[in-house]
Design a protein around this ligand. Sequence first.
Ligand code: ZN
Length: 161
Amino acid sequence: MMKKRESIISYLEYKGIDELPGVDRRLAEEAVAAASGAYAPYSHFMVGAAILLDDGSVVRGANVENAAFPSGSCAEKTALSFTVANHRDKRSVAIAIAALSGGALTAGPVPPCGNCRQMLIEEEQRLGTPIKIILAGKSSVIVLENCQSLMPLSFTRSNLR
Ligand SMILES: [Zn+2]
């Protein structure tokens, strides 16, 4: 018998970085700072990501573009790859993402692309604990309690069994 099912996500929306609770605000500010490290000579769209580890340290990432466009890397992927490669003994608890366009923080939040969502979900499943996501824009900031909610019915390692 066919069943209709729904997947609903819930998230918090703030009116700006200043409205965030302290820990989230500091991580969002780290993401904004990280964006200035982007190498984006083609799009001029500079994205920064900041991952908070469970010891309180922060790993920054930025987008790195390439003349061969698919060779480039997103900010989230850069930060996550560095974290997994260098801090396997620590736990990622949150990631903040922000983007600069024309040198200024974008008005709205910039969500991670599908590839990065896929990578974030894998890390969340590897750890077995949620990774909070903070999408920081100038006039709107979205906070999700975990990465899985960004990609319902996602392909995961359990599908390989
Ligand atoms: Zn991406």
